[in-house]
Design a protein around this ligand. Structure first.
Ligand code: P61
Length: 893
C-alpha cells in the first residue's frame, strides 16, 4: 500500500471554536511588567497565541464526548478498561499502569528501578533535572554526528557506559527534547545492547507520532508503512513505554506506563498506590482516562498526522526564509535565542520571549532548568491553528527578527534553578508592534470529514439521483450546501449552553436573550421562535389580509410561501441589476423605489400589507442593500403609512458590506451600523441559524407596536411554545444570547466575509463565471455561462452541482430551473434568469485551505466543461421538487 501524503486541506472541519484575546500594545506592556518580564506568568486571556503544544491541542468531537462518559468509580472503572484496550490495540503492550502524567510515570520508575547514585544514560536532556533531584545521573549518549535521526544513541558510548557505570536502565525519548528523532534501527540496536548487559530499555513516547512520521519519511523501508504500525513497532521494541496524555493523545492531563513484562507491571502496580492513586485510575479522573483512551486510538489517524506534520514543515520553512535562526522541532520551530539576540550578554531566552509577547501578544517559552539554555520552542498546538494563523505568527517572529538590535537586555531581580522562578526589570524599547489580521478564534474541537475516492463519489452521486440534497453528509468532504444551522459554536456558547438552568416557563436565559437582542436591534418586543419560517408564518398571519400585496426585494422560498398562505400576493421590487449575474452594481439588494411607487400608485397604499425587505439578499447572491436605500424606503413608506419589516437573517453581513463599500461608514463599528439599519424598519423576522452563530432558533421583533406584539404572542402560544421560549430549548436561548454578541465582533465578521471573497477571487481569477460582485455568505456559480451548450431544461446547474461533488467531494446547491419549478398553468419549467450553483460557506467551520481546495476542484470541472451534458428527471415531486427529485444523465439537446 502507499501511505497518504500531505493533504491539501485539513482532513476535518471545525466543530467548536475557542475565542482569542487581542490585548493592545499598551495592555501588553503593562501585563508584561506585572509578570516581571517572565511570560510564564501570563495567562491565556492575556495572550493571542499560546505557542505550546502540551494540553493546548484541539480534540475530535468523539474525544470531547468522552469527557461526558467518565465513570467516577474508585476501583475498576469502565474507563480504565477502555484505556487498557486502547493501549493493547495501539501500543501492543499488554500491561498498563495509569499515572497522572509523565512526571508520575518518571516518579514510579525512579522509585522502583533507579536507585539513588545510579546512572540512566539517555538521548535527551529535558528530564535530567528531575533525575538529578533523585540523585541519578543522566549522561547524554546522543550521537552528535547522526545526520537525519539526530536523536539516535551513540552505540559505542552506550556500551562504555554499561561497562563502567552503575547503569540502572537505558532511557530513550522519541523525538528527544522535541528536536531529535530516533530511527527504528537505532532503537533496536539500543535494545539489543541493553539486553546484552541485562538492562531494560525504557522509552518516553510522549512524541511518538512525530517520530513515527519521521521514520515513515526518512528511514529506508518505511515509506509505505502506516503510522499506526510504526507506532506499535516503536512501543514493542521497548521493555517499558510511557507517555504524557497531554501530548500526542491530546488529552488535558493523564499518562500511561506500559509493558509486556508481568514482573515489571507488578512492581509498578504496587508502587502506583503510594504516589498516584489506585492501580485502575492512577491519579486520573474517569473522564480523563476516557479521553486518553480515545486520543490514543485517534492519534495514529494517517491523514491527521500528515496534516499536522505538514503544518510544522510549512511554519519552519517560512521562518527559515525570514532567516530566523532555528531548528525544526517535532511540533514547531525551536529558536536559537543566542543567535537571534547576539548583542545581549545574558538571559537570551527570556528576553526573546518577552519581546515577542510585547510586539505581538504571542507566547513562546523555554521551560525547564535555566542552566540548560535550551532553544525557545515555538510549538504548534496540535490541530488548533489554521495555516493562515501560523503564517502570521511566523511573520510576527520575522518582524521581531528584523528589529532584533533594539531588543533590550533584562535585568535579573530574582532567580532560581527553574525558569518559572526568574523575574526581571526591563525597559521597553521602541519595537514596532505586529498587528494580526485573522479570525478571533482558534480551533477547539474538530469533526473528521468524509474522504472518498473519486470512484466512490461517482457511485454516491448516482445513487443520490444526481441531487446533492440526497447525499449522505458522511460522504461529503467539504459541505457548502448551506450556511443554515451549520455554524461552529464557541466554547463560551457551550459554557452558557451547559450551564443553563432549564425551565418549562420563564428562564434566566430568556431574559439574557431578550436583553441581547434589544441591545442590538433597539427593538422593544422580542419573541423567540424555533426558526425563521416560524417567525415568517406568524408575521404573515397578523399583517396580511387576503388579496393584499407584499412587495419584496426578490423572494425567499419560505418567506414567499407564508405570505401566500396568508392570502398575500408577492411582488418583486428589487433593482434590475439583481437579475443580471454580470452586473457589478454594489447594492444589488436595494429596493427600486420607482417599482414600489408604481405599485402604490396602481393599487393604493392600503392594499400593501408591508414591505418585506431582506438584508444581504440570499437568492440574488448574498447582495446587500445600502443604508441610503433603507432610509429612503422607510421615509417613503412613512409618508404612505406602509410598515417595513426586515428579513434580518443576514443583517450583520449586510452591515459589514456597508462598512466596506460605503466610505462614510468605513470607520464605524458593525454594531453601530446595524443599529442604524434597524431604525429604518418597524420590526423583523430572523432565521437565527445564520448570523446568530447557532444551530437552531429564530426571532420575531417589533420596534414599538405593542398591539402587534401581543397579537404575535397569541399565535406564538398556539404554534410554537411559551412566549418565553418559542419552542426552543432553554439551552439554545442561552447559546443565542452569547452568539449574537460574538457575531458583532468586527474581527469575526471581517474574516467571515473575507473568506467568501477569497473563494470568489480564486474562481474569478481562473475565469470561472460567478455572480458578481461576490456576496457575503455564498459564491454563486453561473451555470448558464459555465455550460452554455446545455439547455436550461436539461438542468445545467443541477448537473454542475453533481459534477463538482464527483470531482472534489464538495457539496453545493442548485438554485435555478429545478428550484424554481413549473408554471402550474402551462406545465413548463419557469426557466428563471438566474441558473446558479450556490457554494454556501458555513460560519467558523472551514479554513482558507478548504476554500483553495474548493476552487481547485471547480477549476478542474471548468477545464473539462465541454464534456459535461445535462440531466433529466426520473422522479419529479410536485412541490419543492429540488429537495427530493431524482435524475439521470441525458444527452444534450
Ligand atoms: C438557506 F433550500 N435559508 O439559505 P429557517 N429567510 C432567509 C433564509 O435564507 C432562510 C429563511 C428565511 C436557508 C435554509 C433553506 O428552500 C429552502 O430558519 C433569507 O430555515 O426556517 C433559510 O429560515 C428560513 C434552504 C430554507 C432552502 C429553505 O440554506
Amino acid at each position: 500500500m502507499t501511505c497518504m501524503r500531505a493533504p491539501t486541506h485539513e482532513p476535518h472541519k471545525i466543530k467548536t471554536v475557542r475565542p482569542l484575546s487581542f490585548p493592545t500594545p499598551e495592555e501588553r506592556r503593562k501585563l508584561l511588567a506585572d509578570a516581571r518580564f517572565n511570560v510564564f506568568h501570563l495567562t491565556p486571556t492575556q495572550i493571542t497565541f499560546d505557542m505550546c503544544s502540551k494540553a493546548n491541542n484541539a480534540v475530535s468531537q468523539e474525544q470531547l464526548a468522552g469527557q461526558f462518559i467518565g465513570d467516577e468509580a474508585y476501583a475498576g472503572s469502565r474507563n480504565f478498561e477502555t484505556l487498557r484496550k486502547a493501549v493493547q490495540n495501539v501500543l501492543g503492550h499488554h500491561y498498563i499502569c495509569p499515572v497522572h502524567n509523565s512526571l508520575g510515570a518518571l516518579k514510579l520508575i525512579s522509585a522502583t528501578m533507579v536507585p539513588p547514585g545510579s546512572v540512566l544514560p539517555s538521548n535527551a536532556r529535558s528530564r535530567a533535572g528531575i533525575f538529578a533531584l533523585h540523585d541519578v545521573a543522566v549522561p547524554d549518549m546522543r550521537d552528535q554526528q547522526a545526520p537525519v535521526f539526530t536523536g539516535n544513541a551513540n552505540l559505542a558510548q552506550l556500551r562504555d557506559a554499561l561497562e563502567e557505570k552503575n547503569v540502572a536502565l537505558v532511557g530513550l525519548q522519541t523525538f528527544a527534547d522535541g528536536q531529535h528523532p530516533i530511527s527504528l534501527e537505532n532503537l533496536r540496536a539500543v535494545r539489543a545492547i541493553a539486553h546484552e548487559y541485562g538492562r531494560h530499555l525504557i522509552c518516553d513516547g510522549s512524541r511518538v507520532i512525530e517520530n513515527a512520521w519521521y521514520i515513515q519519511r526518512h528511514e529506508p523501508g518505511y515509506a509505505d508503512r502506516p503510522i499506526h504500525r510504526i507506532v506499535k513497532e516503536i512501543a514493542r521494541t521497548c521493555d517499558i513505554f510511557f507517555l504524557d496524555g497531554a501530548q500526542d493523545p491530546k488529552c488535558d492531563a493523564g499518562g500511561i506506563l506500559t509493558t509486556d513484562k508481568p514482573e515489571l507491571h507488578e512492581t509498578f502496580m504496587n508502587e502506583v498506590v503510594v504516589y498516584e492513586g489506585l492501580h485502575t485510575y492512577g491519579g486520573m479522573a474517569g473522564r480523563t482516562m476516557e479521553m486518553l483512551a480515545r486520543g490514543l486510538a485517534e492519534m495514529c489517524e494517517e491523514s491527521e498526522v500528515q496534516w499536522a506534520m505538514e503544518q510544522t514543515e510549512r511554519f519552519t520553512k517560512r521562518l527559515r526564509e525570514g532567516r530566523v535562526p532555528l531548528e525544526r522541532g517535532c511540533d514547531g520551530a525551536y529558536i536559537d535565542a543566542r543567535s537571534f539576540l547576539p548583542h545581549l550578554a545574558k538571559h537570551h531566552q527570556d528576553a526573546l520571549s518577552a519581546a515577542l509577547y510585547e510586539i505581538a501578544g504571542v507566547r513562546a517559552f523555554a521551560p525547564n532548568l535555566v542552566r540548560l539554555e535550551r532553544p525557545v520552542p515555538v510549538q504548534i498546538p496540535r490541530l488548533a491553528m489554521t495555516n493562515e494563523q501560523l503564517d502570521q505568527v511566523a511573520d510576527a517572529i520575522i518582524s521581531l527578527f528584523a528589529q532584533r538590535d533594539k531588543v533590550p537586555e533584562l535585568t535579573e531581580i530574582e532567580s532560581g534553578r527553574w525558569r518559572d522562578q526568574m523575574a526581571y526589570h526591563g525597559v521597553f524599547a521602541d519595537l514596532a508592534p505586529f498587528e494580526f489580521a485573522i479570525a478571533p478564534y482558534e480551533i477547539h474541537t474538530i469533526e473528521r470529514v468524509g474522504v472518498l475516492s473519486r470512484e466512490r463519489r461517482e457511485t454516491a452521486m448516482r445513487e443520490a439521483g444526481y441531487n446533492t440534497f440526497l447525499l449522505r453528509s458522511e460522504d461529503v468532504a467539504i459541505d457548502l450546501l448551506t450556511d443554515s444551522g451549520t455554524s461552529a459554536m464557541s466554547t463560551d456558547q457551550w459554557a452558557a449552553y451547559e450551564g443553563v438552568r432549564a425551565s418549562a416557563s420563564t428562564s434566566d436565559a430568556y431574559h439574557d436573550f431578550v436583553g441581547a437582542l434589544r441591545d442590538i436591534t433597539g427593538y422593544q418586543f422580542i419573541l423567540p421562535t424555533h426558526q425563521g419560517r416560524a417567525a415568517e408564518h406568524i408575521l404573515s398571519e397578523i399583517m396580511i389580509s387576503p388579496g393584499q400585496i407584499v412587495p419584496g426585494n426578490m423572494y425567499f422560498t419560505t418567506t414567499k410561501l407564508h405570505q401566500e398562505l396568508a392570502g398575500g400576493v408577492f411582488a418583486d421590487v428589487i433593482v434590475d441589476e439583481a437579475h443580471n449575474p454580470e452586473s457589478e452594481f454594489p447594492w444589488k439588494g436595494n429596493i427600486d423605489l420607482d417599482k414600489l411607487d408604481a405599485l402604490v400608485q396602481q393599487h393604493g397604499a392600503q392594499k400593501i400589507a408591508y414591505i418585506s425587505f431582506e438584508h444581504a439578499v440570499n437568492m440574488a447572491g448574498g447582495q446587500p442593500a445600502s443604508m441610503d436605500n433603507m432610509r429612503d424606503v422607510y421615509a417613503y413608506c412613512g409618508q404612505h403609512k406602509i410598515p417595513v419589516f426586515f428579513d434580518s437573517t443576514r443583517f450583520v453581513e449586510n452591515a459589514w458590506m456597508i462598512h466596506e463599500r460605503d466610505p462614510r461608514y468605513g470607520k464605524t463599528p458593525v454594531r453601530d451600523i446595524l443599529r442604524e439599519m434597524m431604525m429604518y424598519g418597524d420590526g423583523c423576522t430572523v432565521s437565527g441559524k445564520k448570523d446568530f452563530l447557532i444551530n437552531i432558533g429564530g426571532v420575531l421583533c417589533f420596534r414599538e407596536n405593542e398591539e402587534l406584539a401581543r397579537a404575535a404572542e397569541d399565535r406564538l402560544r398556539l404554534y410554537e411554545g411559551n412566549v418565553t421560549d418559542g419552542g426552543l430549548a432553554t439551552a439554545d436561548l442561552a447559546a443565542i444570547a452569547v452568539g449574537v454578541r460574538e457575531m458583532l465582533d468586527d474581527r469575526y465578521i471581517r474574516s467571515r466575509i473575507r473568506q467568501t471573497q477569497f473563494l470568489g477571487k480564486l474562481l474569478l481569477d481562473a475565469g470561472v463565471p460567478i455572480v458578481t460582485p461576490p456576496g457575503s455568505h455564498a459564491i454563486f456559480v453561473d451555470a448558464k455561462r459555465f455550460l452554455p451548450h446545455v439547455d436550461q431544461d436539461d438542468y445545467p446547474a443541477q448537473r454542475l452541482a453533481a459534477e463538482i461533488y464527483v470531482e472534489s467531494g464538495v457539496r453545493a446547491m442548485e438554485r435555478g430551473n429545478v428550484s424554481k419549478g413549473r408554471d402550474p398553468n402551462t406545465g413548463a419549467n419557469y426557466r428563471p434568469a438566474l441558473e446558479l450553483v450556490r457554494l454556501t460557506i458555513p460560519r467558523r467551520v472551514y479554513t482558507d485551505d478548504h476554500m483553495r481546495a474548493v476552487a481547485e476542484g471547480i477549476i478542474r470541472v471548468w477545464n473539462r466543461r465541454e464534456t459535461i451534458g445535462g440531466l433529466r428527471f426520473v422522479y419529479e415531486p410536485e412541490k419543492l421538487r429540488f429537495f427530493q427529485g431524482r435524475f439521470e444523465t441525458a444527452q444534450t439537446t
